[in-house]
Structure formats: C-alpha cells, structure tokens
Design a protein. Structure first.
Length: 314
C-alpha cells in the first residue's frame, strides 16, 4: 500500500544518506541536501522516478520490446496498488514534454551496409583554428569543400544554439556555386543540448533535400560529437529515411571550427540566434532525462519541508 511504499523509500533514503557521509567524510550535522548537492545526487524518490522514465524511454525506442505496444494505450489505476510503473513514468516525463513529442524507435541506428559508402566524414581542421586569421580559416574550409564536392553539389552549413532556461534553436543555410538556395531555422522554449539542435538542423535540411534533385550533399558542422558518431558508422534514423526518399547517393560531412570566421557557419549561427520559437518535438531522450534531473535539483533546493529524520540522520 501507499504507506508501505513511503516507508521503503525512506529506508532507501537513509541508506543513501549514510553512503554520502562515508564518501564525503561529513559529520551528522551536515544536511543531506548539502551532501546531495555536492555529489549531484537526486533524492531516492526522484531517483526512482527517473529510473522509471529511463525504462519507459528504452521500451519506446525498442519496437520489438514486449511492452512497446503498451506505450500508446491508456494507463489505468489499480485499486490497491495504484497506477502502473509505465503510467507513473508517463506522469514524470510529462513534467518536461508531451508524450506525443517522443518519437518511437531508435534515435541512432547503424548505417545499413548497402548504403555505407554513401556517408563520409572529413575532420582535418580542429578547434585551435579559432586562433588563426579568419581569412586563412575560410580559405582552408573552401579548399576542403573543393576536395570533397563539385561546384554543382549543395553545400549546407548547420548550427545549433542553446541558452539555458531560455531557448534552444537550430538553423541551416544551403548554397550552390556560392549562391544561397535555401535557409531555415526554428527554436523551442526549452533547454536541450547543442548536439540535439545540431542534429535537428541536419534533419531539417535532409527533409528539404527530399524535394530536390541533388545527388550529393556536403554538410559543414562545428559539432565534433556528431561527426565522431557518424564516423563510427552510425546515423540518425530520420536521415536514413530521408535519404531513401531523395535523389541523394552521397552525403559528406566536414568539420568546421565554430566562431572562427567561417562565413557559412557564422550565417547559420546568426539564423539560429534569430529563430522564432515554435511548437513540436525538441528533446531527444537524453534531454528528457537531463531535464528531469534538473527539475529534481530545483525541487530539492526548494523543499524546505524535508523531515528531520531524513535531513539529519542521527
């Protein structure tokens, strides 16, 4: 019953409190909230909520999971035991995003062997280029473009921007022969990661390419994390789907240092900064968990009614 659950959580909280005192070497006069802050630990109640959310997101991502079909079904309440763990996970996740905004299926998938040669990654520059003359960096980037693409290929600069607790935005600018042929951007009134927004910029550009006749697209990005992931043979599921719906036979990715004076990158950065806030899916699964963890921190710092037993364990 409910009282039993509360008692179990308090027991787990006491175990965590004792463990934190051992780790930090704190006396019994040190509040548990202070120790959680130092170790970046959530309360046990919130730790359980996040564990349910992680499990729910894993089920959502795995279309072959036995519980995957339960995702879209109405979750009822059990008279004695209360709402199921999936129902509680949904309540938890809806604190930071709507369930409709969670995309079912894996986010990253291995690139199928049949199209493995369609993806290439070029990482020859590094972030130290920011210290160089912008004209020199621009010349180096243009040389890499010439080596990896022809004058008839579409060159797409992407960028993601995040201002914590304010907005997250993405943008891309596409050029052919030096002329801009398409630009787009968008923003969300939530905090995600720069990687998520960079990925979204590529995803939006890929959707646009579905209606174009280009056979080779060359993306220039300042996200080393994204390019390293692609370099190991992984791609976003939506990219693979867009590739199949387009005329593209090859996609190249080139790393460009951000804020180094590269004109295309600077343009994408400005577009992201000016992007209008819109509705729709913004968060990846990692962003959802990070947002829940942040809510847990805020809740812990504001919760002044914590019991004496749990605040100061004697």
């Amino acid at each position: 019953n409910w009282f039993q659950k509360v008692t179990d959580i308090e027991r787990l909280e006491r175990i965590q409190n004792e463990a934190m005192r051992i780790i930090l070497g704190c006396t019994k006069d040190t509040s548990c909230r202070a120790m959680r802050y130092l170790l970046d630990y959530p309360t046990m109640e919130y730790r359980i909520l996040m564990s349910r959310a992680r499990a729910y997101l894993r089920v959502n991502a795995d279309t072959q999971h036995p519980l995957h079909l339960e995702i879209k079904r109405q979750k009822g309440n059990r008279l004695k035991r209360g709402k199921s763990w999936m129902g509680q996970a949904e309540d938890c996740i809806e604190q930071v995003c709507t369930l409709e905004d969670i995309d079912p299926g894996e986010e990253w998938i291995p690139v199928p062997r049949a199209i493995a040669t369609s993806f290439s990654v070029c990482i020859e520059l590094d972030k130290e280029c920011r210290q160089h003359n912008p004209l020199v960096v621009e010349a180096e980037v243009q040389a890499l473009i010439s080596e990896n693409a022809s004058e008839h290929d579409v060159i797409i600069y992407t960028d993601g921007s995040v201002i914590r607790h304010v907005r997250s935005s993405w943008a891309f600018t596409a050029q052919v022969g030096g002329d801009v042929v398409k630009e787009d951007s968008g923003g969300f009134a939530v905090t995600t990661s720069s990687l998520t927004m960079e990925i979204m910029a590529v995803t939006k550009a890929m959707i646009w390419l579905e209606s174009q006749t280009f056979i080779h697209a060359c993306f220039l990005s300042d996200s080393m994390s994204m390019l390293r992931k692609i370099e190991t043979g992984w791609a976003r599921r939506h990219w693979i789907e867009s590739l199949g719906r387009s005329k593209l036979t090859k996609i190249s990715f080139i790393f460009v240092p951000g804020h180094a004076g590269v004109r295309g990158n600077e343009r994408a950065d400005r577009l992201a900064g000016m992007a209008a806030v819109q509705s729709g899916r913004a968060m990846d699964q990692a962003d959802i968990i990070n947002s829940l963890r942040e809510r847990g921190r805020v809740h812990d710092s504001r919760n002044s009614g914590e019991s004496t037993t749990l605040t100061r364990l004697q």
